[in-house]
Design a protein around this ligand. Structure first.
Ligand SMILES: Cc1cc2nc3c(=O)[nH]c(=O)nc-3n(C[C@H](O)[C@H](O)[C@H](O)COP(=O)(O)OP(=O)(O)OC[C@H]3O[C@@H](n4cnc5c(N)ncnc54)[C@H](O)[C@@H]3O)c2cc1C
Length: 402
């Protein structure tokens, strides 16, 4: 695969780089340079700046508000955002339910929901997991019963990331208990803020944040016109959406940036008369990661190129999720090794004792533990790869102990 950019592509890269440098507010730039983590409000402010420029949804077709870039330009754009360390945008609208609505939504749904996703006026969250339905998603029990023009919802979701800030939730619910479990599921869109009977209860995590909520439904009425796809056809919607989600979670471009951070830390860490980067054993560990990162970047590019031809991400998104998250975790582990005891200073450290960007290494290291769980755990991705790519039969059911 030829990886060099043409002169037009390089000119596009320069245009994007220059625009980002001019468009980012000074305070945002300062935080970006320090490698700090952005608040939700800053992420939303950046969303609006990108929207005004027409660059907020690089992967959307031009008819619904995308900029009309090919895969190379989309790749360059993402690289430039990462290079400038701009705030990450909420993925639930732009990269999850938005693309799904473009593919499967009715005309009315597209007109109602796509513009406020683009402008950032309406924020979304994802209601898939339940207390007894995580990896085994088909076990979900949130019930939706028809009554007039509505569904009446009763049950609970959990792990709903940032539901307390969301206006809308896309969710999976049980509309039938007949036949196979997967065949009784529907995909609905619900107004979290204004629907009586929907209650969002944020809970405290060990990281000291309120990033997740339990979302409760008690006789909550959701219009049937907000069902995406056919009734009991929600499983196909869920699978299509998970393909987009997994490709993004792989974080291939972002981990590339952390590889640079790793090298910088190693270069700035004195060992004997040189630095950690001169140490052959440490260099070998970096080189090994870099080679694996290059390989997964190729798979990422292939997925982007396939998307340009109209092919939705399939089982290869499981490879990207599995390998991408493992490499990313290993990179931050090596950053922690390189920092030694300095890595122990985290959010509570004396701000003077450590540069801010070093404090965020530990924060990132901790956060990344979750990436091998959400979007379908990595063990489950191994099952998908075994079945759909390697063609192996499903594992036999576990034998009961006698
Ligand atoms: C940071 C974070 C954010 C999240 N955000 C959301 C969100 O916004 N919306 C949402 O709906 N959900 C969200 N989730 C939930 C997430 O999707 C689930 O945690 C995930 O699907 C795993 O389900 P579980 O936690 O119930 O674990 P379980 O399914 O109980 O799994 C427990 C362990 O068993 C393993 N396991 C399970 N089944 C198999 C199998 N068949 N083969 C091999 N191993 C298996 C798993 O890999 C795991 O190690 C989030 C989770 C996290 C950690």
């Amino acid at each position: 695969m030829d990886m060099s950019f043409s002169s037009e592509q390089l000119a596009f890269r320069d245009e994007v780089r220059e625009w980002i440098a001019g468009a980012m507010p000074d305070e945002m730039k300062r935080k970006a340079d320090d490698g700090a983590v952005f608040e939700n409000t800053e992420s939303l402010a950046w969303h609006r700046i990108l929207h005004e420029k027409g660059w907020v949804a690089p992967d959307w077709p031009v008819e619904v508000g995308g900029p009309g870039w090919d895969s190379a330009r989309r790749f360059i754009f993402q690289e430039e955002l990462l290079r400038a360390n701009t705030p990450a945008l909420s993925p639930f609208g732009l990269t999850m339910v938005g693309p799904l609505l473009i593919q499967y939504g009715s005309e009315e749904q597209q007109q109602r929901f796509l513009p406020p996703i683009l402008s950032g006026e309406e924020i979304w969250c994802q209601g898939y997991s339940e207390p007894n339905a995580g990896s085994d998603l088909a076990a979900l029990q949130l019930r939706a019963e028809k009554d007039g023009d509505d569904y009446v919802l009763n049950g609970q979701k959990t792990w709903t990331t940032y539901a307390q800030y969301a206006d809308w939730i896309f969710l999976l619910c049980r509309t039938s208990s007949e036949g196979k479990r997967q065949e009784g599921i529907s995909f609905l869109l619900a107004d979290v803020k204004n629907t009586p009977g929907i209650t969002v209860k944020p809970f405290l995590t060990t990281g000291g944040t309120y990033a997740f909520s339990e979302t409760w439904f008690k006789d909550a009425r959701v219009p049937q016109r907000y069902r995406v796809g056919p009734e009991n056809g929600g499983w196909s919607m869920a699978k299509a959406l998970l393909g987009h989600e997994r490709t993004a979670i792989g974080g291939v471009s972002e981990s590339g940036r952390w590889l640079q951070t790793l090298k910088r830390i190693a270069r700035e860490t004195p060992v004997g008369r040189g630095t950690l980067l001169d140490d052959p054993a440490f260099r070998r560990r970096i080189a090994r990661l870099e080679m694996r990162h290059r390989a997964v970047s190729m798979v990422n590019l292939r997925t982007l190129a396939a998307a340009e031809l109209g092919r939705a991400p399939g089982a290869e998104s499981s490879i990207l999720k599995l390998v991408g998250t493992e490499i990313f975790q290993e990179i931050t582990e090596l950053c922690m090794d390189a920092l030694g005891h300095d890595s122990l200073g985290w959010i509570d450290s004396d701000p003077v004792a450590l540069p801010e960007r070093e404090r965020f290494v530990a924060s990132q290291f901790n956060y990344l533990r979750a990436t091998t769980i959400y979007g379908g755990s990595n063990e489950v991705q191994r099952n998908v790869i075994a079945k759909q790519i390697l063609g192996l039969p499903s594992a036999p059911p576990a034998r009961k102990a006698s």
